[in-house]
Design a protein around this ligand. Structure first.
Ligand SMILES: *Cc1c(COP(=O)(O)O)cnc(C)c1O
Length: 620
């Protein structure tokens, strides 16, 4: 019986299992293994982040087509518009693809800082919307004016009254300095009393960091009116938080926002035409039905938004608003998959060959050996318990000085061999005993990647991501697995979780390559990734498909080399280089020929990245 690692729950038909491999459900369905091997053959080792632009397109298509369908079904008069919030992923190989695959939609970008705004101004096609949220100073607002005057369709959302004051100030400066009177559109972010649910709910609600209270909304309205700028107030905005697990809170927020929209129009907000509902569309990360995180579909989401807006407009007798969304996680998560090589299975050093049995062994070790040779399916559980008891006793004997290091090594090897044998004997049936055993004894897989760099939300928030091997899938995985990364930090572990059990194959990685894939890493993980231990963003490759459905590697960007990493930390790398060189040149321990050889090696290593170069299958 094979394990599909929950693909039917989180996979969205983006990947499937064919024979014994994970393949991309697109074009001629290449396997992830084939793609990985092609990249490694070019000399790139260590973990590789694969980007699939067709999956970005799929998400954008699905967002627009569901809203267009719902608008048609409900005969909705407002338009549908969307922007990608840059904070979710600002990497150029992602953003450039977002722009390339969304041409038909007038899809824009959202910025929350000056640097993001510069990306938005450079990359958004003229006419497509740019929205600007977050805290802004005068300089940032001035940048928005520059964008507007260059022809961008830009809306500045004000988060507080002081921002509006700055906008008015910049408006005066820019429009007296220059003849044309061009001012960005203005949005007002509202501080909702409704809020989201889940780990990221803090963005909404009364205690939120963001938005105007109703009192402030009224003051802002009066300020705009007084300055004759009501014709720039086009949008109200809210965002109830990321990874919205259920849709109930959104419906409440939509009603709240809808009433504010209608009220402001009645008060004379002549240009107010849009409600921006922020982001929050969730992604299903769970590999396990009972832990599923999202209880609605994109179709329901679109229906609920359109319906709620239409109802309020009807009841209040105002125009149906244009709808803006800023979903980021939903658009970006699926496009990035990290492939990382397994370097070692920790119990694999325990082989019968490494036993150093003596002519005369301590009696408990003789007994362990008997258990090992006579264990079978019927006695497996009992023998296993006996072995664990013996382990305790033998380790105590060692501490007391009664047995030596060889005896202790024999003990560890035999106990591990017995555990392994017991698991394989019992794994044929998923008996309670087997499940109990898995909860107790796990194989540790050492994987060439950094959790801090590639799955920071696992470390920071306990967010899980789908994990599966990309090959060997026709065999039943027998090892309850915990995953260790290569950082020197004991937090760099994805421990076995009995509620979401991960089982992997018992592979001899000295003979056979074995890669794990970590899915849904395209949202937030890349830029939140930390350089703990100075492991940097991994080598990335963009995978595209030609018209015949053949895949090709569009670009490869190698992970930073060691000197670049140090330069990022503001080390004087010239000085480091000089020091290392003079250490070798001035050494009195070696001759000139050796000095030359060492220098050659040193410079080779400095040009490489920090990830381990070890490759499996003794292919070094
Ligand atoms: C973070 C953020 C988003 C994106 O949220 P997702 O959950 O990734 O869709 C959208 N709008 C605003 C204002 C945000 O702060």
């Amino acid at each position: 019986m094979r394990d599909d690692y929950g693909l039917s729950i989180w996979g969205e038909n983006n990947f499937e299992i064919e024979e014994d491999k994970v393949v991309v459900s697109y074009g001629k369905k290449p396997s992830l293994l084939q793609i990985t091997q092609e990249i490694r053959e070019k000399g790139y080792k260590g973990p590789i982040l694969l980007r699939f632009p067709h999956l970005i397109k799929k998400q954008i298509d699905s967002l627009f087509s569901e809203f267009q369908r719902a608008s048609k079904e409900f005969n909705y008069k407002g338009t549908f518009n969307a922007v990608f919030p840059l904070k979710v992923n600002q990497f150029p190989n992602f953003v450039n693809e977002v722009i390339a695959v969304s041409k038909e939609y007038n899809y824009g970008l959202e910025a929350g800082s000056k640097a993001e705004l510069i990306i938005a101004m450079a990359k958004t096609p003229l006419g497509a919307p740019i929205t600007v949220n977050g805290f802004k100073d005068k300089e940032m607002i001035a940048l928005c004016f520059i964008a507007a005057k260059s022809g961008h369709n830009i809306t500045v959302t004000i988060e507080g009254l002081n921002e509006l004051e700055t906008i008015l100030e910049v408006h005066k400066e820019f429009n007296s300095e220059f003849d044309d009177k061009i001012t960005p559109k203005i949005g007002m972010r509202i501080r909702m009393h409704s809020s989201g649910v889940g780990a990221w709910a803090k963005s909404g609600g009364y205690s939120s960091k963001f938005g105007l209270t109703s009192t402030e909304l009224l003051i802002a309205f009066d300020m705009l009116k007084k300055e004759n700028l009501l014709d720039r107030l086009t949008m109200i905005h809210f965002h109830i938080g990321s990874q919205m697990e259920e849709i109930g809170p959104l419906k409440k927020a939509l009603r709240e926002a809808g009433h504010i929209y209608a009220d402001l129009i009645k008060r004379g907000a002549i240009a107010l035409r849009a409600i921006n509902i922020g982001g929050g569309l969730a992604v299903e990360y769970s590999q396990n039905k009972k832990n599923a995180q999202r209880n609605y579909s994109i179709k329901e989401f679109a229906n609920d938004v359109i319906y709620a807006m239409q109802e309020i407009a009807k009841n209040k007798g105002v125009q149906e608003p244009n709808i803006f969304t800023e979903s980021g996680r939903f658009i970006a998560a699926s496009h990035a998959v990290l492939i990382a090589p397994v370097l070692e299975l920790f119990s694999q050093e325990y082989t019968a060959k490494s036993l150093r049995l003596k002519k005369k062994n301590p009696p408990l070790i003789e007994e362990l050996y008997d258990l090992y040779t006579s264990i079978n399916k019927q006695n497996a559980r009992e023998y296993l318990h006996d072995a664990i008891d013996h382990l305790d006793s033998l380790l105590t004997l060692f501490d007391l000085g009664y047995i030596d290091l060889e005896d202790r090594s024999n003990t560890e090897i035999l106990v591990n061999l017995i555990i392994k044998k017991a698991i394989s004997l019992l794994s044929k049936e998923d008996s309670d005993v087997y499940i109990q055993m898995q909860n107790k004894f796990q194989e540790k897989y050492l994987v060439n990647f950094s959790i801090f760099q590639s799955l920071p939300d696992f470390w920071g928030l306990g967010q899980t991501f789908p994990i599966m091997p990309i090959s060997n899938l026709s065999q039943k995985p027998t090892q309850a697995a915990s995953i260790w990364d290569i950082t020197c930090d004991s937090d760099g572990e994805i421990a076995y979780d009995a509620n979401a059990p991960l089982k992997l194959h018992d592979i001899d990685v000295t003979k056979e390559e074995y890669f794990l894939a970590f899915f849904l890493l395209g949202a937030y993980q890349e830029v939140l990734g930390m350089k703990h231990n100075l492991f940097t963003h991994p080598t990335e490759a963009t995978i595209k498909f030609d018209n015949e459905g053949n895949y090709y590697i569009d670009s490869i960007l190698e992970a930073q080399n060691i000197m670049d990493i140090l330069e990022d930390l503001d080390y004087d790398i010239g000085a480091i280089d000089k020091q290392l060189k003079s250490n070798i040149e001035e050494s009195t321990l070696i001759d000139n020929k050796q000095k030359q050889q060492l220098l050659g090696k040193l410079y080779l290593y400095l040009s490489e990245n920090s990830y381990l170069k070890t490759i499996q299958a003794s292919k070094v």
